[in-house]
Design a protein around this ligand. Structure first.
Ligand code: GDP
Ligand code: MN
Length: 418
């Protein structure tokens, strides 16, 4: 889970990392109120979970209430890289003498934590990484040993941080590391980390990604989750207890077990298609779960065919078949389903489904055949589809066929599953 800047700063403050005082505003009036509390001059900052807000005009200094009104009005509602600004963070503005960069993240391939530190902080750190990678000091930290004062001193010296500020910066890095580890972050980034003209070091921005796997030991994260603007599909999946990740392709995928679901993504790619999602209905999935999964995938506008890949171990294929039949009755399915059912009770499951097989509900024996069929249907592969499935296969959710001729969706549905 990514945090908004203001949440990140709140998190930082909990670990003693110095940040500016401020408050959140959702209206111009609230911005004026928060500016009064923070003390002029203030800086108004768009709260969106995307970088480069400064460049996009989402960060503005305001010396007077009139300027607060003007900038708050302009920033609220602004679109920054597809993210609508609904909140502002208003903080007391800092004087900046230098802008640095500091972050801790996980280097999975090295199996270590990684500190990155640079004196070339500010809005253009990505540019620095591209054009002047030497300017960014990288220092691995052995998680078993931790981040020592010696590590900090070496990194600060390598990066060329002002000597007078090194002790402060070292303390701050130690706090940042503590926040990263104890706070269960995947990323804890400060850009810019500033040096003020009077010689203090503090965090002017905060970018934190929390490790969702650690949520069980952080009840306080519930507040962050409440403001999360996740993919609508992922939010729904969570409510249904489904293990779902939204992707951008058009073949909807349902499998039992994360490993099989991953393999299913691979065979779809192998067959020349792209998956619309990852969905693992888990071991021992019930008919209810299956119906719920189909319902969710069916509501995804991008899905043109659904591939159900089940290898029954604990999961019983007859249960899966019941779930599919249940969904067919309950839900107005927009896409054809291709099914590969194998393992525990597969024969009973197949027998249950047999009377219902059609151009809209297709059974294949192997995973690869099923994937190829689903991909062909998703891309409007009419020649390979059986009678009756052709029109359905060519239909995307706008009601247009793949080759541009208009198809009556009602007719397609009528000729569909029921
Ligand atoms: P980002 O562009 O999304 O990373 O947003 P930041 O919070 O990093 O702000 C972008 C830039 O705005 C910073 O690099 C600063 O140069 C400037 N800025 C932000 N806050 C202040 C402030 O309190 N005072 C001054 N003078 N500049 C600021
Ligand atoms: Mn920044």
């Amino acid at each position: 889970m990514d945090l908004f800047e203001y949440q990140g700063k709140q998190y930082f403050a909990g670990y003693g990392i110095p940040v500016s005082p401020g408050g959140v505003a959702v209206t111009v009036e609230e911005a004026l109120e928060e500016a009064g509390k923070a003390g002029y001059p203030v800086v108004l900052k768009a709260q969106v979970k995307v970088g480069g807000r400064g460049k996009a005009g989402g960060v503005k200094l305001a010396a007077t209430p009139a300027e607060v009104s003007e900038h708050a009005g302009a920033i609220l509602g602004m679109d920054i890289k597809g993210h609508k600004v609904e909140r502002l963070w208003v903080e007391h503005a800092s004087d900046i003498s230098k802008e640095w960069y500091a972050s801790f993240t996980l280097d999975r391939s090295a199996q270590q934590h990684l500190l990155m530190l640079s004196t070339k902080g500010g809005v253009d750190i990505e540019e620095v990484a591209r054009t002047d990678p030497e300017a960014i000091v990288r220092r691995h930290v052995d998680p078993a040993r931790g981040f020592s004062p010696e590590d900090a001193a070496a990194a600060l010296s390598d990066a060329g941080i002002d000597e007078a500020a090194r002790q402060q910066a070292a303390d701050l890095l130690a706090s940042l590391y503590k926040c990263f580890v104890e706070g269960d972050c995947d990323l804890a980034e400060i850009n810019p980390l500033i040096l003020t003209p009077d010689g203090t070091v503090h965090a002017l921005d905060a970018k934190i990604t929390l490790d969702d796997n650690a949520a069980f030991r952080h009840p306080e994260w519930a507040d962050f989750a409440a403001t999360e603007t996740t993919d609508r599909r992922e939010k729904e999946a969570k409510e249904r207890g489904l293990n779902y990740v939204g992707l951008s392709g058009n073949v909807g995928i349902i499998a039992n077990g994360a490993g099989l679901a991953m393999s299913t993504l691979d065979v779809v790619a192998q067959a020349g298609g792209t998956a619309a999602n990852f969905l693992d209905i888990g071991g021992g999935a019930s008919a209810d779960m299956m119906a719920s999964a189909l319902d969710l995938i069916n509501s995804d506008q991008n899905v043109s065919s659904i591939l159900v890949n089940i290898f029954g171990g604990i999961t019983r294929c007859d249960e899966i078949a019941k779930g599919i039949l249940d969904a067919i009755v309950r839900v107005d399915l927009h896409s054809p389903i291709v099914l590969r059912l194998d393992g525990t009770n597969a024969e009973t499951g197949r027998a249950l489904l047999a009377p219902h097989l059609s151009g809209r509900l297709i059974a294949e024996t192997t995973m690869l055949e099923a994937a190829a069929r689903a991909v062909a249907l998703a891309s409007g592969g009419r020649s390979s589809a059986p009678e009756g499935a052709g029109a359905a296969a060519g239909v995307n959710r706008d009601g247009d066929s793949a080759d541009g001729e208009s198809v009556d969706t009602a007719n397609v549905n009528a000729g569909g599953l029921r």
